[in-house]
Ligand binder design. Structure first.
Ligand code: CDP
Ligand code: CDP
Length: 194
């Protein structure tokens, strides 16, 4: 069976949490596409060359979840040749037998426009920055500023900007528990699997 769940949204909206839960619940494979851009961002050197030669070791680095890696990722993510170099790997992952969940910024709009389920997971910038601050600590005002800066860059780039696909279901997690957000996402998937 081929079945793709596309989950997009801004930083720290809860995409990864929902994706992992949906994958576990339905037995689908999960790809965090943000990790690809983070790995390119932290690798240094020519980003296009880095994207073309990304290895499993690059994706296993333990510094991918830092704020710096997030900023570096959103800077290399504006380069069309970088996005192009990562595209086929993502599409192939989505086509795998047994179902796949991909989360990122452009899954429902560019990578998998024919996905069976498209979710746009969002929350207010303040709520998202607070969640990220709980994970990484540091200066809360700086975390908020960086979240907003990254949102701006992701929404305003020319190639594959962050936006909901026309047929995406929007889940605003601002006032939802993790359990409630996961339940809402699983209900959308279950409805399409019937
Ligand atoms: O993948 P993305 O950056 O969109 O977010 P995440 O890493 O899945 O979630 C960021 C944090 O928000 C995690 O620590 C979650 O536990 C928390 N959270 C959530 O994901 N959903 C809620 N409804 C409430 C909190
Ligand atoms: O977890 P969080 O939402 O903070 O970020 P992420 O999903 O790891 O993505 C890091 C950065 O990579 C984003 O801010 C985007 O600039 C870029 N990205 C992208 O352009 N397209 C994707 N499909 C996934 C990530």
């Amino acid at each position: 069976m081929m079945f793709t769940v596309a989950i997009d949204g801004p930083a720290a909206a809860g995409k990864g949490t929902i994706s992992r839960a949906v994958a576990a619940r339905f037995g689908f494979a999960h790809l965090d596409t943000g990790a690809l851009y983070r790995a390119v961002g932290v690798k240094g050197g020519d980003p296009v060359a880095a994207a073309r030669s990304l290895s499993p070791e690059d994706l296993a680095r333990d510094d991918l979840r830092t704020l710096e890696a997030g900023q570096a990722a959103s800077k290399v993510a504006v380069i069309p040749e970088v996005r192009q170099a990562l595209l086929e790997f993502q599409r192939e992952f989505a086509r795998r037998e047994g179902g796949a969940v991909l989360d990122g910024r452009d899954i429902g709009t560019v990578i998998c426009p024919a996905a069976e389920v498209k979710l746009f997971v969002t929350a207010s910038p303040e709520v998202r920055a607070h969640r990220r601050w709980l994970e990484v600590g540091g200066d809360a005002a700086q975390v908020l500023a960086e979240v907003k800066e990254r949102d701006e860059r992701d929404m305003n780039r020319a190639d594959a900007p962050l936006k909901p696909a026309a047929d995406a279901v929007v889940i605003d997690t601002s006032t939802l528990s993790v359990e409630a957000a996961v339940a809402a996402a699983c209900a959308e998937v279950a409805a399409r699997l019937r």
